[in-house]
Write a protein that binds this ligand. Structure first.
Ligand code: TXA
Ligand code: MG
Length: 318
């Protein structure tokens, strides 16, 4: 099922099958974004509620414009600056973006990823006449996103068929999902924080807009639906007890009896390691993982947002 031939993978997508592939953020579970049956299988493999819109991945700005109706000037600036990269833009949709991709909304989510295997796959798919690849993170609904090929296999391997594929692109460099920016009005709105920060968006667009993360009206990022949760209970900024998992910056010592899952030196490394550290806690069947959150207003905002959601969710269960 694992294969590194992008030509075969592109044909697999074109035939209506699924291909899990690496991006610089997390692994995605890809389907031809114009094929409603293939997209329906993505929902069923993930156990994802229907009508939850998907991101369309393309290889170039030219290809992106096929999916959108209009692109405000500030969105174009963002696209030119940060694509290919860990950013998703929400734009008014063209007729190519059908209801089964957009959750029947007037907008579509578009991203050009920078991982070389993702770009190769998309270019190959487009050369076969494909328009774009719909790809949510390749995890079961509500679980932690996969950041390695092995994670994908463990999450959804059994739910895939023999004709589907998983491409191996090593460990993801960013480690948390893309920054989502709603560009459907006259100023940008951040719907999901990530590696592309408020400061960068504000600098490039030369616009001032609220810092607040505004979850969209759709059942989208920011709702409890996306809980980014491991099986263990996640507790934030509290004292770890004997047998608890522990995640914190390298400078913070491990409390006695706690099990260190990650000790990143930088916030970038924190993001890169976070999901695999949470998974490691589950593999070790830990009941509780204590996380000391990173401070800062860059990618740290994205890290804290994911952590807050996993803590809220896991604490409700217990
Ligand atoms: O980094 C990423 O963005 C990864 C990689 C694979 O590209 N993908 C990813 O997809 O995180 P997913 O489906 O797990 O999260 C996409 C989020 C969802 O919460 C969805 O609701 C939101 O994007 N979204 C998609 N289309 C939207 C739209 N038209 N308006 C608002 N939110 C939208
Ligand atoms: Mg996801």
């Amino acid at each position: 099922m694992t294969n590194n031939n992008v030509k075969v993978a592109a044909r697999t997508l074109k035939m209506g099958k699924l291909v899990a592939f690496p991006t610089e953020t997390v692994y995605g579970l890809g389907a031809d974004a114009t094929n409603s049956e293939a997209v329906a299988r993505v929902y069923s493999v993930k156990n994802r509620p229907l009508h939850h819109p998907l991101i369309v991945h393309v290889s170039s700005l030219k290809q992106a414009t096929l999916w959108v109706n209009e692109m405000p000037e500030y969105a174009r600036k963002l696209a030119l600056e940060f694509w290919p990269g860990p950013m998703t833009l929400i734009l008014s949709r063209s007729n190519l973006a059908q209801g089964f991709i957009t959750g029947n909304q007037a907008t579509v989510a578009i991203r050009i990823p920078s991982h070389p295997i993702a770009i190769d796959l998309l270019m190959e798919f487009e050369s076969l006449g494909g328009a774009g690849v719909a790809a949510p993170s390749a995890n079961k609904f509500g679980a932690v996103s996969p950041t390695s090929c092995n994670d994908v296999y463990e999450e959804i391997g059994v739910a895939l068929s023999n004709e589907d594929l998983i491409l191996d692109g090593g460990k993801c460099d960013v480690g948390i999902e893309s920054t989502i920016i709603d560009c459907s009005s006259n100023v940008p709105r951040i719907l999901r924080p990530g590696a592309i920060t408020y400061e960068e968006i504000s600098h490039v667009t030369e616009l001032k807009f609220p810092r607040k993360i505004t979850s969209s009206q759709v059942k989208a990022p920011g709702t409890l639906d996306s809980h980014y949760a491991p099986k263990a209970r996640v507790k934030l900024d509290t004292k770890a007890k004997q047998g608890d998992g522990f995640i914190a910056m390298a400078g913070i010592p491990t409390p006695e009896g706690a099990i260190r899952l990650s000790a990143p030196l930088t916030s970038k490394e924190y993001a890169r390691e976070l999901y695999s550290a949470l998974r490691l806690g589950d593999q070790q069947k830990l009941k509780t993982i204590v996380v000391i959150q990173p401070k800062g207003t860059g990618i740290e905002i994205g890290i804290r947002e994911r952590l807050m959601k996993s803590a809220n969710y896991t604490n409700k269960l217990t």
